[in-house]
Write a protein that binds this ligand. Structure first.
Ligand code: GLA
Length: 385
């Protein structure tokens, strides 16, 4: 939605103009999937698809929220912020407000209009964008100094405790700390990070949504976490490690006899994916896009065969991409089970790529994929209107 429409919508719902615009980004992840909660390094980047919060401070005891595309208003009473866990819409916001309040931040009454352009359930982290944008809004209105990394950590807790998804830190960190035209190489065990220019020369990243309906990934996500925790316990019988990401491919080969079945497959994915992240960052820094593309493909195969979080839709979409001569590599991103792929595609070939992959996908799967025009932007923005 254009800004003008956001402003008009705000005024027509709340009867007075918005005074501020707070935004936080959705994200892609170049590589390093399902390793953040194993202490691994991830390589996400913040997008132009964002959660925009048009806002006005009212100073009362109520937070009123309206949402693009939905009728009505959701109200949060500031004295009862612990009682909104079961809200279908607005629970992320309530979770963030509650946790901030617990930390001593005074939540101030305000009117908020949410225009989230990150498609829901797309694997582009709409929930993180909502949480981070909300945390910024309340912190700004409380007049407190805030640290963006702390905002990311608090937002992750809100997701864990309110939405019941045991997610890692990647999404909220990217949403808060992303930098224009850069990917963030984040070490999830220390939260040390480095910005790496995401320059692909004559190539670009194409983001495609497989649009699988009824994506029930959240419960399966939590199961994967239990499996890797089990794997870590078994390795710790022999190895002195704090997380799976510390295990080298060679150590894995030497000690994998400790594990069997599904748990062994999950652990192999994590160890090898962490190794691919190192190689991918190097390839990007050296401008070796062919190698980067190869690593993206390897990542997808591992998520498909070892971690088992892809499914027919994501496998079809990325396989069709890989068949294109202008494409160097393609993989699913995010939690999986549905959602998006990224592909490295020659800029001059993007239109044809989208046309052919889109057509073949629809013929195979029976419904359309969506392709987004994306750019890499800053994580958080704060603006007076
Ligand atoms: C989701 C989670 C992240 C991360 C990815 C998989 O997006 O929110 O923490 O685990 O899945 O890499």
């Amino acid at each position: 939605m254009e800004r003008q429409e956001g402003l008009q919508a705000f005024e027509s719902v709340f009867g007075a103009p918005a005074t501020d615009l707070f935004t936080a980004a959705g994200r892609i992840n170049v590589i390093g999937e399902h390793v953040d909660y194993c202490g691994g390094k991830v390589f996400p980047a913040a997008l132009n698809l964002r959660c925009n919060v048009y806002a006005r401070k009212t100073g009362g005891k109520t937070v009123r929220m309206a949402f693009r595309g939905l009728d009505g208003i959701v109200c949060l009473e500031i004295d009862k912020l612990d009682s909104y866990k079961n809200l279908k819409i607005g629970n992320y916001q309530a979770g963030v407000a509650y946790l901030l309040q617990q930390k001593g931040v005074e939540i101030v009454g305000c009117d908020l209009y949410y225009d989230c352009t990150v498609p829901f359930g797309s694997g582009l982290s709409s929930s993180a964008a909502i949480e981070v944008a909300t945390a910024v809004t309340f912190s700004e209105y409380a007049g407190v100094e805030y640290d963006k990394v702390e905002i990311a950590k608090l937002s992750q807790r809100a997701e864990n405790e309110y939405a019941g998804v045991n997610c890692g830190i990647m999404d909220q960190f990217a949403s808060a700390m992303g930098k224009k035209d850069h990917a963030v190489l984040l070490d999830c065990s220390t939260l040390e990070y480095e910005y790496v220019p995401l320059q692909l020369g004559t190539y670009c990243l194409v983001v495609a949504n497989c649009n699988k309906p009824h994506n029930l990934g959240e419960s399966k996500y939590n199961v994967r976490r239990q499996e890797v925790e089990m794997a870590l316990k078994m390795f710790q019988k022999e190895l002195n490690v704090k997380c799976l990401a510390e295990i080298t491919p060679q150590q894995f080969q030497e000690t994998k006899y400790l594990l069997s079945g599904v748990v062994a497959k999950r652990a192999e994915h994590v160890v090898m994916e962490c190794d691919r992240v190192k190689k991918a960052v190097l390839a990007l820094k050296n401008g070796d896009l062919v190698e980067l593309g190869r690593l993206l493909n390897e990542s997808h195969y591992s998520l498909r065969d070892l971690y088992e979080v892809t499914g027919r839709e994501l496998d079809t979409l990325s396989a069709l991409a890989r068949k294109e001569s202008d494409c160097l590599g393609s993989r699913m991103i995010g939690a999986g089970f549905g959602g998006c792929t990224i592909s490295i595609v020659k800029k001059t070939g993007v239109d044809g790529f989208i046309r052919r992959v889109g057509k073949a996908y629809q013929e195979t799967i029976g419904y359309r994929a969506s392709f987004y025009e994306t750019s890499i932007e800053d994580g958080i923005t704060v603006e007076k209107l």
